[in-house]
Write a protein that binds this ligand. Structure first.
Ligand code: NAD
Length: 334
């Protein structure tokens, strides 16, 4: 199958090319994002392969259909950047990779918690500069602390287990579809106000939907414990960034760890070290010493990249051969 691969960084090209030895698709790599201005590039392709920062809105979907593209294969789990109604209207099948490695994201989440708590980001710079003092580096024992997990799907569940079994944390969780099974693994489901008011650390693992958009806003932050640590490795839009900045300024939020940002599309995965960034809200976040931001790298492990590349190409092969995909990976069937 002839596939246009968008937002293709060198590492994407490496893993996809490697996996493609088994499938033999014709892969054409474009470093640019897929959006309204670049959709013209898909002439002659049967499928496009896109990532979380590509914008597959109704306009793009219509153009894709007009140009003969029948399949969109996302090489990520989240699909909030895809207009699924439009996909249906224009008869485009959308695939994603729901479960490439929940461990990658869960372990990164715990990494952010540990780094913020024990101030690794500050300690690293200090020691490099020959400053071996400890003032300002005081942390707390994770053991016995209460963690609030919002969204107990694949990633939320692994995160809860690491924190409960590995660190001895008490885990409170909120999910509109709670799983009895997780109760047996030390997860106690509560409503959101209870989670907000009891958790020392809150970590977000829900998808970005109309219901979860700005779930963490002024009202939610008001209900949280003073000095709460907030972690977001799900999607940027789950947090109202301006509210969180207010929470940091009043010290209601004691630490913030982000792997995602609501306006990340024009920032993440690019190098602005020579030019600076023009997003003032993001720039303000960077000024807080108790904020640690990684640029959407939680998924970025060897295992996850191999699984993503293999699953994406294997899904496309199944569709090509008319086998169809399993329910897990088919969002819209044509
Ligand atoms: P999943 O579908 O297995 O789990 C999501 C869970 O969220 C489900 O249990 C669902 O019931 C729950 N949920 C839905 N609406 C909710 C709400 N209003 N409040 C609380 N919970 C709600 O997904 P997953 O594989 O665990 O991934 C979770 C999210 O993590 C994805 O949607 C994606 O956006 C994000 N993600 C980020 C990265 C990264 O690199 N940072 C990588 C993969 C996934």
């Amino acid at each position: 199958m002839k596939i246009a691969v968008f937002s293709a960084k060198p590492y994407d090209q490496q893993f996809l090319t490697q996996a493609n030895q088994k499938f033999g698709h014709q892969l054409h790599f474009f470093e640019t994002h897929l959006h309204e201005q670049t959709v013209e590039m898909v002439d002659g392709f049967e499928a496009v392969c896109a990532f979380s920062n590509d914008n597959l809105n109704r306009f793009v979907m219509k153009k894709l259909a007009e140009k003969g593209v029948r399949i969109v294969a996302l090489r990520c789990a989240g699909y909030n950047n895809v207009d699924l109604d439009a996909a249906k209207d224009f008869d485009i099948t959308v695939l994603h990779v729901p479960a490439y490695s929940p461990y990658a994201v869960a372990e990164h989440t715990v990494g952010l918690i540990l780094a913020l708590n024990r101030k690794f980001h500050k300690a690293y710079n200090r020691v490099k500069e020959g400053n071996f003092t400890l003032d300002g580096l005081l942390g707390f024992d994770l053991h016995g602390k209460t963690v609030g997990v919002i969204g107990t799907g694949r990633i939320g569940c692994v995160t809860a287990q690491i924190l409960n079994k590995g660190f001895g944390c008490r885990v409170l969780a909120f999910d509109p579809s709670p799983s009895i099974m997780y109760e047996e693994h030390g997860v106690h489901y509560v409503d959101l106000p209870e989670l907000f008011s009891h958790a020392d650390i809150i970590t977000l693992h829900c998808p970005l939907t109309l219901q979860t958009h700005h779930l963490i806003n002024d009202e939610a932050i008001d209900q949280m414990k003073p000095g709460v640590m907030l972690i977001n490795t799900s999607r940027g839009g789950v947090i109202d960034t301006k509210s969180v900045i207010r929470g940091l300024k009043t010290k209601k939020i004691g630490a913030l760890g982000l792997d995602v940002y609501e306006e990340e599309t024009d920032i993440f995965f690019e190098d602005f070290s020579n030019t600076g960034i023009s997003d003032d809200v993001f720039a303000r976040l960077l000024t807080f010493p108790n904020v640690l931001i990684t640029a959407h790298q939680a998924f970025f492990t060897q295992e996850a990249m191999q699984n993503i590349a293999y699953s994406t190409l294997s899904n496309l092969t199944e569709i090509e051969q008319g086998i169809g995909c399993t329910d897990q990976i088919l969002l819209v069937s044509t």
